[in-house]
Ligand binder design. Structure first.
Ligand SMILES: O=C(O)CCC(=O)C(=O)O
Length: 306
């Protein structure tokens, strides 16, 4: 008799920080989409149960794509895009652009009114006012990330509170892809059930960090933390250790994922076959009356060290 076969969840290799994810069904699965129009109580239940909500088409798709066009158009003179291509496609030129200049331009863009207006758009604010139940505050440190096809770097597994210990833990992160971002482009991957482990890890750090001076206590880089504040860089080993699955998704422009500050997530390499740049933002909302982490009251720049 032949052995039962385990069908791979996703056929192509998915690599994060040089580690290849297992494609076995007990280690890899699909993120569950959520209709943003479900009753509020259902959205709360799902968020509590899973640590995330992948809200399908909660944003205006045309506006999201316009953002992508506007963003890449602002980099055209730096040789980032393939010649004669439409900026909305974000086709990477791969012609040795000056990465320092690109980083500087990214930081400039992150301070622009255009970007902030997007991050405060009516759909996002209306969602959070209803979901959090009051007047909301957007952290000024709003992050834009761009991943080149073929680049070996990708976000290692972490939970956001590691970097946000100076305020409330009743905050939510929004991850917003600018443009369709299928699995091969290395969108966010979430560790199933990890909100619970993030809480446990943080409770342990709180005990260990208690002896440190206040500034160090809230730092993601103090002596009790791993390098970079990451849980690890090894995605497959973490899934084995916790006996769980990495959840992948084909994200579309117009989607927004809301995740808890304890939910462990990372990313895989951008392996776009057509050479498209991955572009996304991650921003944080909380109730205006809850304590705010002062370190997040300044604009983000790629080298701000936080
Ligand atoms: O976009 C990424 O690669 C990382 C985003 C992230 O860590 C977040 O949304 O909290």
């Amino acid at each position: 008799m032949s052995q039962p076969t385990t069908t791979a969840v996703y056929e192509k290799p998915l690599i994060g920080n040089g580690f290849t994810l297992s494609s076995a069904p007990n280690r890899l699965g699909w993120l569950e989409p959520t209709d943003p129009h479900l009753p509020l109580a259902t959205l709360h239940e799902k968020y509590q149960a899973h640590g995330y909500l992948w809200l399908k088409q909660v944003l205006n798709r045309a506006e999201v794509l316009e953002f992508r066009r506007h963003y890449f158009a602002a980099f055209a003179d730096l040789g980032l895009l393939a010649p004669d291509s439409d900026p909305v496609d974000g086709f990477y030129a791969n012609a040795g652009e000056d990465r320092t200049k690109v980083r500087t331009r990214m930081a400039e863009f992150a301070r622009s009114e255009y970007y902030e207006t997007f991050c405060r758009n009516r759909e996002i604010v209306a969602f959070y006012e209803a979901f959090l139940g009051g007047a909301v505050y957007l952290h000024k440190r709003m992050i834009i990330r761009m991943t080149r096809p073929g680049d070996a770097g990708s976000t290692p597994p972490h939970y956001d509170l590691t970097y946000l210990r100076g305020g409330t833990d009743r905050l939510c992160s929004s991850w917003i892809p600018f443009g369709d971002t299928p699995v091969e482009m290395g969108g966010l991957v979430y560790l199933e059930g990890s909100d619970r482990w993030g809480r446990q890890m943080e409770a342990e750090f709180t005990i260990k960090n208690a002896e440190l001076p206040p500034e160090e206590r809230i730092s993601a880089y103090n002596r009790n933390m791993t390098q970079g504040g990451w849980v690890t860089k090894n995605l497959p080993e973490l899934a084995d250790r916790l006996n769980t699955r990495w959840l992948i998704a084909d994200y579309e422009a117009g989607d927004m994922v809301v995740h808890s500050p304890y939910m462990i997530h990372g990313a895989t390499q951008n392996e776009s076959q057509t050479g498209r740049l991955r572009l996304s933002t991650d921003i944080r909302y909380q109730l205006a009356d809850d304590p705010i982490d002062n370190r997040w009251r300044s604009y983000w720049s790629p080298d701000d060290g936080l």
